[in-house]
Design a protein around this ligand. Structure first.
Ligand code: ADP
Length: 303
């Protein structure tokens, strides 16, 4: 069913009028399968020698992708401006307080405030890096810089070391077999993958708990899993969770900072390496996933 299209209305109002022969209308077409597509239709009248309309030529254009791009652009601007504003205003507030000319802050306060400033600056850097990567993916200029001897177990251990300083309520466990083989990979990008998955594991298990990183060996590929015991993700979100700017609509997502870009970039990076990524709920299948989540990605062993 076409909504908003007004050809009939235009005709009943006397269209085609002399001098305004073409009529352009836009609307959404609901397809029988329930999918909606956006259309732009230009109607042009076919007139006989006496100037009476004998037929109408309709030129139909599918505007769905254009509309999606517009929506994405709007989401991009609101997400980015919100996410950039928060760390900038925190940095400004703390720096302003520290710089008050009359203040004589004790050393602990100086240290605490400068730690906050540093953490917020790191958050800004991470956000800007993610945005740059997303725009490289969009423009087709995303290139891997591959090295042949990347140790995933070492990257996992390094990432844990970095995150351990940021939380006291989580416990980390590393479970990789001895002599885990090296792979051909872009080290900087895989660090981003670990950062995103472990960052999420922490962020979405607000009551703390175990976060386990494990590696497994298969004939043609290796897998790495990040397991948490947090709020979980329902299984049916599988198709949506890796999309650009997609955040689940639960209380925690609404409260926590995030752009919904992390998993999109993570998936793009893993796939650029020829691997894949998926998640599963730690609970029995069919539950709502509130027993934590395990994200697993694979990387081919052969260069
Ligand atoms: P962000 O964390 O910035 O919102 P992501 O793309 O990294 O974006 O994740 C998308 C959404 O997936 C999150 O908003 C959250 O709702 C959900 N999510 C990701 N990882 C987890 C996890 N380990 N446990 C529960 N929910 C998660």
């Amino acid at each position: 069913m076409l909504t908003e299209l007004t050809l009939e209305a235009a005709v009943s109002n006397g269209w085609p009028l002399p001098g305004a022969a073409q009529l352009y209308v836009e609307g959404d077409l609901l397809q029988p399968q329930g999918e909606e597509i956006s259309l732009g239709i230009t109607y042009a009248p076919l007139l006989n020698s006496r100037g009476a309309m004998t037929n109408i030529i309709a030129n139909v254009r599918d505007l769905t992708r254009y509309r999606e791009e517009e929506d994405l652009q709007r989401t991009f601007i609101s997400v980015v401006s919100h996410e950039l504003k928060t760390p900038v205003s925190i940095i400004k507030g703390y720096a302003g307080t520290l710089g008050r000319p009359e203040a004589d802050w004790p050393l602990e306060v100086l240290q605490e405030y400068s730690t906050v400033i540093e953490e917020e600056a790191d958050r800004l850097t991470e956000l800007i890096d993610n945005l740059l990567e997303a725009s490289r993916l969009q423009s087709g200029t995303f290139r891997l810089e591959v090295n042949s001897d990347i140790s995933l177990d070492k990257l996992a251990a390094d990432t844990i070391r970095r995150f351990e300083n940021q939380t006291v309520i989580h416990e980390f466990k590393l479970d990789f077999p001895k002599d885990f083989p090296t792979v051909c990979a872009d080290e900087r990008r895989l660090v981003q993958v670990f950062n995103n998955l472990i960052g999420n594991a922490i962020k979405y298990s607000p009551d703390g708990g175990l976060i386990e990183l494990s590696g497994r060996l298969h004939t043609d590929y290796v897998t790495v899993s990040v397991r948490d015991f947090g709020i979980g993700i329902p299984d049916h979100e599988q198709h949506r969770i890796f999309e650009k700017f997609s955040r689940l609509d639960n209380a925690l997502s609404r409260k926590t900072e995030g752009t919904g870009l992390g998993l999109f970039l993570t998936k793009s990076i893993v796939e650029a390496h020829g691997g894949s990524i998926w998640y599963s709920s730690n609970g029995p299948s069919g539950t709502d996933g509130n027993q934590g989540t395990t994200f697993t990605f694979s990387i081919p062993r052969i260069c």
